[in-house]
Design a protein around this ligand. Structure first.
Ligand code: DON
Length: 584
């Protein structure tokens, strides 16, 4: 345990130094997420936890102004589009779970991007029939029709209390008046400089006229983005999907060889879906249904594990990690075959989330020996790529809760901005399976169920989750991390439910990940060497090396726990520089 603590403290300290207010010198140094990675931030009246401080504060201020959790979530979502453009967005899409205390029900809003009408299953195949991943990821064709603006506005108009102007005001102010360049954004703009500068509009919006960087703490103003946000505040969804913003977006498509049209934008719709739901002991776990795979698989893995005495094995022991890995493999194998957009295919949700199916899968697990992925279904390799998406959680004193994950897919999406409108576009089309069995950027394989089709939504791993006890939301959590989203969220929730950890401890614990293909168990620093030896002896292939460049972490959960004493305990993940829990 001492080893774990010292390694985690090292991770936390290496990306940290404190900021406490919106002072002019903010952002100059890497921020401290929390005073201790093992102590949550406590709030009496509400809590907003997101990956960026100004955005969390925007949500908290909206709660203070009398808004409910949905108002605060919408304010946070728009603010992240300004202050955390690595993943916060109006050019992408996502999923929002809302628990409405007054109605005692959870709503799942699907505002995932949609394939444009001109898309088809061979969109990204070259003349030889191979997947052209450059076109799938970094071209004007990489973008699905964005859903974020309609998603946030629909959540607000249905369930919010304050006016649209009030919830959008913080984002507009942050864009129009600027904010001190954060360490995290500055750092990302260095790491992805080539990709961003390859696009004239992104270069113009995110770097100075001479091409140099905004230094941490320097005021960063986004005038065109402010104008777009003001238009949305005035006109609602029409301020994005029609008129000037739409004209800019379609012009960017035409200039870059993209296929999104005015008709695609006008046809975009948010879908309300029935959340997936399962139980773990006395808790009800509610999560995102297809076109996310996250909810189904988190419930499936909890169902598999429910019958083992995990406490007895000990947290992150070899016995425990072996079982996690075996459950993960089986869930991700199913993902590759059965999951896709439910508007196009029948997903066997009830079977996949049933206790009886989990029992059958449990029966196939040998506690002393790893099942090779090749014996579950055929294999493929995982490429290296960096990633970004972002999650935020909100709870208010009325018992409402929001768990929201949204994304432009990779960090800064396709890297292409809409000239004149000031925002980046997603590269979500890569989440489709461009060719059966060929892995996407996250190494995930798929087939017909997730093939590209006009109007279809690509399969996602985003897992915004709520856990209820006696009908009251007690946990809100979720994560970025591509294919690792599901397993990161799963372990954070399991740490709380099974091991009685507070949310900060549950977040700080080292995580593992297996996604069936490649057949490899990934782990964060902090799993002891003897445990790794024991796992290897059982036949778990462990590379010992993280599978993407740049960092050694798995996911970044943003979690709130409503404690039995009524206090809100917020845990921003120290793996994400700038993550912040804003208490009210
Ligand atoms: O929807 C998905 O599953 C992916 N587009 C998420 C991408 C992601 O999480 C990248 N970042 N961390």
């Amino acid at each position: 345990m001492r080893l774990i603590i010292s390694m985690l403290v090292a991770v936390a300290v290496s990306c940290s130094i404190g900021i406490t207010s919106l002072a002019a010198d903010e952002g100059k140094k890497p921020p401290i997420t929390t005073a201790s990675p093992f102590k949550p931030v406590l709030g009496e009246k509400g809590m907003v936890v997101s990956q960026e401080k100004y955005a969390s504060m925007a949500g908290r201020d909206v709660l203070k102004a009398g808004g409910n959790a949905v108002d605060a979530a919408v304010a946070t979502g728009f603010a992240l589009a300004v202050t955390h453009p690595q993943a916060g967005n109006i050019g992408g899409g996502g999923f929002m779970l809302v628990y409405l205390a007054a109605e005692k029900r959870t709503i799942a809003l699907d505002y995932r991007e949609m394939a444009p009408a001109a898309a088809h299953k061979d969109l990204f195949l070259d003349a030889d029939g191979n997947v052209d991943s450059q076109r799938a990821l970094f071209s004007a064709m990489s973008s699905g029709v964005p859903g974020t603006v309609m998603g946030l506005l629909e959540a607000h108009s249905r369930y919010g209390r304050l006016s649209r102007a009030e919830v959008m005001a913080p984002a507009i102010r942050l864009a129009a008046e600027g904010f001190p360049m954060t360490w995290a954004l500055h750092d990302a703009l260095i790491r992805y400089e080539d990709r961003m500068k390859a696009d004239a509009a992104s270069s113009h919006y995110f770097y100075k006229a001479d091409g140099s960087l905004y230094q941490p703490g320097e005021l960063f103003v986004q005038k065109d983005l402010a104008t777009t946000l003001k238009r949305i505040a005035r006109k609602g969804a029409n301020g994005f999907y029609k008129g000037t913003t739409a004209d800019h977006l379609v012009a960017a498509m035409q200039a870059g060889g993209g296929i999104i049209t005015h008709a695609d934008l006008a046809a975009y719709r948010v879908r309300e879906r029935t959340p997936v739901s399962g139980t773990y002991d006395e808790y009800q776990v509610v999560s995102m249904p297809p076109p996310s795979s996250g909810g189904i698989h988190i419930i499936q893995m909890l169902n598999i594990l429910e019958d083992y005495d995990l406490k007895e094995m000990g947290h992150n022991s070899a016995d425990y990690i072996h079982l996690l890995a075996e459950s993960m493999k089986r869930a991700y194998a199913d993902r590759s075959k059965f999951l896709g957009d439910p508007d196009f295919i029948d997903v066997p949700v009830d079977v996949l989330t049933s206790k009886s199916y989990a029992a059958a899968l449990r029966g196939s697990i040998n506690t002393g020996k790893a099942t090779a992925s090749a014996d579950i279904l055929p294999g493929a390799a995982m490429p290296k790529e960096s990633r970004d998406t972002t999650h935020f959680s909100v709870m208010d004193s009325e018992g409402n809760a929001v768990s929201n994950t949204y994304t432009v897919n990779l960090i800064f999406g396709s890297g292409k901005s809409v000239a004149g409108a000031g925002f980046l576009l997603n590269n979500e089309m890569d989440d489709f399976s461009s060719k059966p069995g060929v892995p996407n950027v996250f190494g995930l394989v798929g087939g017909a169920a997730n093939a590209i089709e006009a109007g279809k939504r690509p399969l996602s791993s985003m897992t915004p989750t709520l856990v209820l006890k006696d009908g009251i939301p007690v946990i809100a959590s979720g994560s970025p991390g591509g294919s690792t989203i599901i397993t990161a969220t799963f372990q954070t929730v399991l740490n709380i439910l099974e091991f009685d950890m507070n949310p900060a401890e549950a977040t700080a614990m080292p995580r593992i990940h297996h996604q069936w293909l490649p057949d490899n168990l990934f782990f964060e620093p902090g799993i002891s060497i003897d445990t790794i030896r024991l796992l290897k002896a059982r036949g778990q292939p462990i590379s010992g090396k993280p599978f993407w460049s740049g960092n050694h972490t798995l996911g970044k959960t943003q979690t709130i726990v409503r404690r039995p004493d009524g206090l809100f305990a917020g845990a921003a993940d120290p793996r994400g520089p700038g993550s912040y829990a804003a208490a009210y």
